[in-house]
Design a protein around this ligand. Structure first.
Ligand code: CA
Length: 377
C-alpha cells in the first residue's frame, strides 16, 4: 500500500515520476527499489577485493555516492573506479568524473581492496546518494552534495620535485632526473613510456630484474628532514617474499645509506639499509598490518617523513604497519626504534627497482611529487 500512497502523493505534487514507479500487470503501480547492488567479494585469509556494481533505479544523477557499513572490522586499503573512503565502519564510494552520470537503470562498477580479521560478512545497508537501496525509489529527485576530491594528477604547488613526465621527449627521463645504479649495472632499464599513463600520455617504465646488479633508478635531488612524497605506481608482478626496493632516499644521518620503501613477505614495507631493519617487523602479526601492492592498476602511494616520524598511505588509507611514531610498538616499529634518535636527513629521491636475489617486476611511475609540505593523492 505504501507505494500506492506514494504514487498518489507524487501525482498531487506534480513531480515527474519517470523511472520511479512501474505499472504492474494488473494495472496497479508497484514500487521499484531505489538502487540495486551486486557485491562480489574475493577473499583470502586476511584481505579481500570486492567487485561492486550499483544500478540506479531512481531518477538520473550526474554524480553518486554509494555508502555502506561493514558488519565486521573490514578496513579499506584502496579503491578503483570510485573514491572509496572509510570512517569507522562506514564506507562511502564516490563516483569519479567519468562514471558519475547514471541514467535510470544504468550501472556503474567499481572495486576496492580491504583487510579484515575473523569474519568477512557482506554489508547489507547500501544507500545510493543517501537513499537506502532497501527502500522503494525515492519520491523526489535526490540532490547530491558530493564533492569530488579532485584527484589532481599533479599537485605541484609546494613540491620540490614534481613531474607528470609529459614534457620528457627523450627515451629516458631528463632533468631533474638522473638514471643510474650504484656499484654495478646489469639488465635493469628505465624509459619514458607512452603505452601506459596515469595522466596524459606518458609515464616512466622500469624494467626491474632480479639480482642486485640489475638495480636501476631514476632519481632527483631532494633535501631535508621533512619530506612528503606522493607517487602513482602501476606494477605487473605481485611483491615477492624476498626483499625488494622501489623507492630509495640517501640518508646523510645514516652514513649515506638508503632509507628504502619496497616489499618483503609479499607486503609493502620500509627498510633501513644500514641495519636491514624493517617496518613492519617480519612477524605474521607485523605482516598482517601491511597490504600487498595491487597489480595491474595505478596505486597512489604517499608518505610523510618528519623529523624521525614516518607515516605511509596507500590511496586514502593510512597503513598501520608502515608507521614510525616514536613509541616502540611490537610487530611494527619496535625493531626500527632500537636505533635511538633515528632522524633521517635525505638528499635525494629515487624510484625504480632493486632486488637482492629474487624478484623481478615491470613498473610504471607517473604524477610524482616530493617536497616539504603534505601532498595529496
Ligand atoms: Ca603522465
Amino acid at each position: 500500500m505504501r507505494s500506492l500512497l506514494r504514487w498518489a502523493a507524487l501525482l498531487a505534487a506534480g513531480i515527474s515520476t519517470a523511472g520511479l514507479v512501474v505499472v504492474g500487470g494488473n494495472g496497479a503501480a508497484v514500487a521499484v527499489p531505489a538502487c540495486t547492488v551486486d557485491y562480489v567479494p574475493n577473499q583470502w585469509s586476511d584481505g579481500f577485493t570486492a567487485d561492486v556494481t550499483v544500478t540506479n533505479r531512481a531518477a538520473p544523477v550526474s554524480q553518486w555516492e554509494l555508502s555502506w557499513t561493514f558488519p565486521g572490522n573490514q578496513a579499506v586499503i584502496s579503491g578503483w573506479g570510485a573514491e572509496v573512503r572509510q570512517t569507522g565502519a562506514k564506507v562511502v564510494a564516490t563516483s569519479l568524473a567519468w562514471n558519475g552520470s547514471l541514467a535510470t537503470g544504468a550501472s556503474a562498477r567499481f572495486g576496492f581492496q580491504a583487510g579484515y580479521q575473523g569474519a568477512n560478512d557482506a554489508p547489507v545497508d547500501f544507500a545510493f546518494n543517501g537513499v537506502s537501496c532497501n527502500e522503494d525509489a525515492p519520491t523526489t529527485t535526490t540532490t547530491t552534495t558530493t564533492t569530488t576530491t579532485g584527484n589532481l594528477p599533479v599537485d605541484c604547488t609546494t613540491a620540490t620535485v614534481c613531474d607528470d613526465f609529459e614534457a620528457h621527449s627523450g627515451s629516458t627521463p631528463g632533468a631533474p632526473w638522473t638514471v643510474g645504479a650504484a656499484n654495478c649495472t646489469g639488465t635493469g632499464r628505465v624509459s619514458v613510456d607512452s603505452s601506459v599513463a596515469h595522466s596524459g600520455s606518458k609515464s616512466v617504465r622500469v624494467d626491474g630484474k632480479a639480482g642486485y646488479c640489475n638495480h636501476i633508478f631514476f632519481g632527483a635531488p631532494l633535501s631535508g628532514s621533512v619530506v612528503h612524497g606522493r607517487f602513482y605506481v602501476r606494477h605487473t608482478t605481485a611483491l615477492p617474499a624476498a626483499h625488494v626496493t622501489f623507492l630509495a632516499m640517501k640518508d646523510t644521518s645514516d652514513n649515506n645509506r638508503d632509507l628504502r620503501m619496497g616489499g618483503q613477505g609479499t607486503k609493502l614495507q620500509w627498510n633501513r639499509e644500514s641495519d636491514d631493519a624493517t617496518l613492519p617487523e617480519q612477524s605474521p602479526q607485523g605482516l598482517a598490518q601491511s597490504p600487498p601492492l595491487p597489480t595491474g592498476e595505478w596505486n597512489c602511494v604517499r608518505f610523510s617523513l618528519d623529523n624521525g616520524k614516518l607515516t605511509t598511505y596507500l590511496g586514502q588509507q593510512e597503513i598501520a604497519g608502515l608507521k614510525v611514531d616514536g613509541v616502540p610498538t611490537p610487530d611494527i616499529d619496535r625493531q626500527w626504534l632500537n636505533r635511538q634518535g633515528w632522524r633521517p636527513t635525505v638528499t635525494d629521491i629515487r624510484l625504480g627497482w632493486e632486488s637482492y636475489g629474487d624478484g623481478s617486476d615491470t613498473l610504471w611511475y607517473d604524477d610524482v611529487a616530493f617536497g616539504p609540505s603534505p601532498i595529496a593523492c
